[in-house]
Design a protein around this ligand. Structure first.
Ligand code: SF4
Ligand code: SF4
Length: 297
């Protein structure tokens, strides 16, 4: 494999975010739908707890605090239930495409990959706007936004203070922690790590018709630091108590972000008609490959 430095990764990330238009546009669509769903619940009155004015809502009706809280918890459980179902089909796709926290981590990478001061400032502004929008979406579940117009000075100050603290936390995540949160801390990610999905759809490595040139670009760009070429290969047998279940490399880690595919596409982009070996597809299409590196993700 070619030796690639950290700077190579930065250059590749930068090129992928500039040229990977198909995935970039698609990711914006998916994250917009995700945020719209998050906002829709409190704004339509499906469920909202109003810690300021006590105007609690459930299915559009005014209800007491506990009924609204119960409704909010059920709405959250349904939304997360949707991601668990998608996990059974496409693995951690939600982490790589629909999760606002994961999306925030991408802004941090964009800032690090900026090629000029102006671009860096613009990326900071873009990231900060997204973080602020996400925090507002979360706060709408807990407070009627009219507090910022009709609220007392104390209510306004408390609401603005919570917004600022949460936004600063989000920015810290974006520009310092980045995907480290998704890998080590996120409770949804931890759940996925515990119950690996064996989803039928994922990143597939298939050598026909173009062989891998072992450039290492896909590995270098992967935000969760795994080898995309080895995904799907069986690495060990897991004792379940009832049966011996085969465990596939990367099921618990790969967030199906597609960065490795974009990097691989770029490597092959100068060859007319070339089909890169990495792609989305059915995991059972995966070519057998040397997985000596797969046992230590
Ligand atoms: S293996 Fe590819 S799709 Fe999976 S997390 Fe890494 S870069 Fe993203
Ligand atoms: S799969 Fe593509 S990006 Fe990865 S090493 Fe092979 S040619 Fe390079």
């Amino acid at each position: 494999m070619l030796s690639l430095t950290k700077e190579d990764r930065v250059r590749m990330l930068s090129a992928v975010s500039r040229k990977g238009a198909a995935f970039t546009a698609l990711r914006i669509v998916v994250i917009t739908i995700s945020l719209a769903l998050l906002v829709m619940v409190p704004v339509t009155g499906l469920a909202r707890v109003d810690l300021w004015g006590g105007d609690h809502l459930l299915l559009g009706e005014s209800v007491d605090f506990f009924a609204a809280l119960k409704g909010s918890i059920i709405a959250m459980a349904i939304m997360y239930g949707g991601t668990f179902i998608s996990n059974m089909i496409v693995g951690r796709f939600f982490c790589g495409w629909g999760c606002p926290v994961g999306y925030v981590a991408r802004f941090g990478e964009d800032v690090a990959n900026s090629r000029s001061k102006l671009q860096e400032i613009l990326m900071h502004l873009k990231g900060a706007s997204f973080v602020a929008t996400f925090i507002i979406a979360v706060m709408l579940w807990w407070v009627d936004p009219r507090v910022m117009i009709d609220g007392s000075p104390t209510a306004k100050a408390v609401t603005a203070g919570i917004f600022l603290i949460m936004t600063l936390g989000g920015l810290g995540h974006a520009f310092i922690w980045r995907f480290g949160f998704c890998i080590h801390v996120c409770p949804i990610g931890l759940y996925y790590r515990l119950v690996t999905s064996k989803a039928p759809v994922g990143i597939v490595f298939k050598e026909i018709p173009n062989p891998c040139i072992e450039c290492g670009a896909c590995e270098k760009i992967c935000p969760v630091k795994i080898d995309p070429k080895a995904l799907g290969t069986v690495v060990e047998q897991k004792a379940t108590g009832f049966d011996e279940e085969p465990e596939r490399y990367g099921d618990a880690e790969c967030i199906r972000c597609g960065d490795c595919i974009e990097a691989c596409k770029m490597v092959f982009s100068k060859e007319a008609g070339a089909i890169p070996p990495l792609r989305f597809g059915r995991v059972d299409e995966h070519d057998s490959q040397d997985t000596s590196s797969a046992s230590s993700p």
